[in-house]
Design a protein around this ligand. Structure first.
Ligand code: 13P
Ligand code: ZN
Length: 269
C-alpha cells in the first residue's frame, strides 16, 4: 500500500527529503549511495497507520534508545542513491517503527527497503534530541567536498579552528550556522562508536558535526534547514579555497565585525 496518498502532511515532509536529495546530487556531495537522511515522522502517525502490519521481522538497532518509544521514522535505504531518492523517495527509502523495548525496529511501508547503514548514528541522535526536548526532527549525513577536504589537515581539526575560519568568510555563515562545526575524529562508518562520538559532539552545542575524512552530520527542525546549515558552511569553505587559489590567504572578517554581527542577530556563543 502507498501510505502517503492518504497523509498529505506526511507526504509534504517526505517531499522535502526528496527535494534535498536532489540538491545533494546536484552539488556533487552524493556520489553513488553517499549520504543518508532520516526524519522523525511520529507526529503524522495515526491509529490507522499504527495498525499496519510489519513488512519485516524485527531487527536490532544495536543500542537501547529509550526516548524512541512509539516513534516512527522515514529512512533513506542503504545502498540507495540520492539521485534516485529525489525521483521516488518511497522506492529508495522506507518508514520504520521502533518496537517496545526500544532496541529494535521493523519496516512498515511502502516496501521492505533496508534502512541506511548509518542508522545507529541517526537513531541515537534522534533519541538524544527527544531526551533534551529539542524541536529538531531531521538528520542529514552528506559528503560535502570542500568541508571533507579541510579534515585532511590537522590544523582544521583543532576544536573550533574551522568554525572560526568559516564564520569569518561571509556574514551569512555566522548567521545561519550559528553554532559552528563540531569535530569528530575518524571512526568506522556506521559504528556505534561513531554514533556515540556524534552525540557527545552535538551535546557541546553544535548542530553540524564533521566526521573526519568522511562527511558531515547535521540536525535541524526539518531537512531543508539541516541542508541549509551544511550549505552555508560549505560555501564558506569554497570562498576560502577560491582565495587560496588566487594566491593569497583570505583576511577574514575581524573579531569586532563578528561580534557586531552576533549582537545584531542575537546569535548564540
Ligand atoms: P548508506 O547507503 O548505507 O546510507 O551509506 C552511505 C554513507 O554515506 C555511509 O556513511
Ligand atoms: Zn557517509
Amino acid at each position: 500500500m502507498h501510505i502517503l496518498i492518504q497523509y498529505p502532511a506526511l507526504q509534504a515532509e517526505i517531499d522535502k527529503v526528496a527535494e534535498v536529495a536532489g540538491y545533494l546530487w546536484q552539488k556533487g556531495w552524493a556520489e553513488r549511495n553517499g549520504g543518508n537522511i532520516t526524519i522523525n515522522v511520529t507526529d503524522y502517525i495515526d491509529d490507522a497507520l499504527r495498525a499496519l502490519p510489519a513488512l519485516t521481522e524485527p531487527r536490532p538497532i544495536g543500542k537501547v534508545l529509550p526516548h524512541l518509544a512509539g516513534c516512527w521514522f522515514y529512512c533513506k535505504g542503504t545502498g540507495r542513491r540520492m539521485r534516485d531518492l529525489a525521483r521516488d523517495p518511497m522506492a529508495n527509502g522506507s518508514i520504520i517503527r521502533i518496537l517496545p523495548g526500544c532496541d529494535s525496529y521493523e519496516i512498515v511501508a511502502d516496501a521492505p527497503v533496508d534502512p541506511t547503514s548509518e542508522l545507529p548514528s541517526h537513531l541515537a541522535v534522534h533519541d538524544y534530541l527527544l531526551a533534551k526536548g529539542s524541536p529538531y526532527r531531521a538528520s542529514l549525513h552528506t559528503h560535502p567536498i570542500e568541508l571533507v577536504a579541510l579534515t585532511h589537515s590537522r590544523k582544521w581539526m583543532e576544536k573550533d579552528a574551522a568554525t572560526k575560519m568559516l564564520w569569518s568568510m561571509i556574514p551569512e555563515t555566522r548567521a545561519f550556522c550559528p553554532r559552528g562545526l563540531g569535530i569528530v575524529p575518524y571512526l568506522m562508518p556506521s559504528s556505534v562508536q561513531l554514533a556515540e562520538a556524534t552525540i557527545r559532539t552535538l551535546n557541546e552545542d553544535y548542530d553540524v558535526v564533521m566526521w573526519e575524512k568522511h562527511g558531515v552530520f547535521a540536525v535541524d527542525t526539518d531537512i531543508l534547514n539541516a541542508f541549509d546549515q551544511v550549505d552555508v558552511l560549505n560555501k564558506a569553505a569554497q570562498i576560502y579555497i577560491a582565495a587560496r587559489n588566487m594566491g593569497f590567504e583570505p583576511e577574514g572578517m575581524t573579531e569586532a565585525q563578528m561580534r557586531d554581527l552576533s549582537q545584531a542577530f542575537g546569535l548564540p556563543k
